[in-house]
Write a protein that binds this ligand. Structure first.
Ligand code: ZN
Length: 309
């Protein structure tokens, strides 16, 4: 009986049924969102095991709570997620498909060592993708409460109304880094419990990889989140609110219809999220592959060079 319960398929179905029902009851997801979350969650549990699943669950719970946090106040200012904050299959897939891809890649690297892929690289990709998405979601849901007006990422001297696409604030940046840190801490916890290539372990092969986990999670979360703002500011479809002047991705603002002003018309927030989490994952692989020292060194010289000129 116990053997049956601990089989990844059985435990995954049990865990996902519980999480799915609770998430639906809490109003985090609509029906389509619940079904797709069930599929993504189960596949991540089966391939990446409890460490991958817990990291994804952290994102899911915190973003659900952050979306609900002061929802009415955000809705009044046109800053809230549509549909009473319930996310549909589109949101679930936009934030879950890249992590799922890397969870499967991590599984393949683990099960077929002859391929010569270090599972830690794919683990890095997974962490990078989730950290980016979590940082971006939490930074936007909480960053709107920043007391000072946000600035535009493509022109930091320019102050813009809250909710503007590509708007960044110090609070948002701090939240992004904290989200990465939290994911790093979860990963470290699991690495301490069990590391290696078995199911449910964090694929850490040496002390250096272990030391990389937290910086990797913070850097991918922070950089990925800012890349998201940058891609959004450059390419996303934009509408202007003729009442308050906010530039937004919403077709309604201040209870009135907004006017289309620019960006690629079919390039929505979903595409921006997919793009940024792919970049976050790529960065995670690069960092996981041990190019950390090079990147930090390069960053150091770049800052040194730009501050001396
Ligand atoms: Zn407005």
């Amino acid at each position: 009986m116990q053997e049956l319960l601990t089989h990844p398929v059985v435990s995954g179905l049990l865990v996902m049924t519980l999480v799915g029902v609770l998430a639906y009851k809490a109003g985090f997801l609509d029906i389509s969102g619940m079904i797709s979350a069930f599929v993504v969650g189960f596949a991540v549990w089966y391939t990446g095991g409890p460490p991958a699943f817990t990291i994804l669950l952290f994102f899911f719970l915190t973003s659900g709570l952050a979306t609900k946090f002061k929802y009415k106040a955000k809705a009044k200012q046109g800053l809230a997620q549509e549909g009473k904050g319930k996310r549909s299959y589109k949101n679930v897939l936009a934030s879950g498909i890249i992590p799922l891809f890397f969870s499967v890649a991590w599984y393949i690297a683990r099960v077929y060592p002859s391929l010569g892929i270090d599972p830690f690289w794919m683990f890095g990709g997974f962490v990078g993708a989730v950290a980016t998405t979590a940082a971006d979601t939490l930074a936007s849901e909480i960053g709107v409460f920043s007391k000072s007006k946000p600035r535009l990422i493509t022109n930091l001297r320019r102050k813009v109304p809250r909710g503007t696409i590509g708007a960044v604030s110090l609070l948002g940046e701090a939240v992004a880094a904290a989200a990465g840190l939290a994911i790093g801490i979860i990963a470290i916890f699991f690495a301490l419990v069990s590391s290696g290539t078995a199911w449910g372990s964090v694929p850490v092969a040496n002390a250096a990889q272990f030391m990389f986990i937290i910086p990797l999670a913070i850097l991918t979360g922070f950089i990925g989140c800012n890349l998201d703002s940058l891609i959004g500011a450059i390419a996303q479809n934009r509408f202007v609110c003729e009442i308050c002047g906010a530039i937004t991705d919403k077709e309604f603002h201040c209870s009135y219809e907004t006017k289309y002003v620019g960006g690629f018309k079919r390039f929505t927030n979903i595409h921006v999220n997919l793009g940024s989490s792919t970049m976050g994952a790529t960065l995670g692989i690069v960092l996981g592959a041990g190019l950390f020292v090079w990147i930090l060194g390069g960053l150091f010289f770049w800052i040194a060079a730009s501050s001396s000129s």
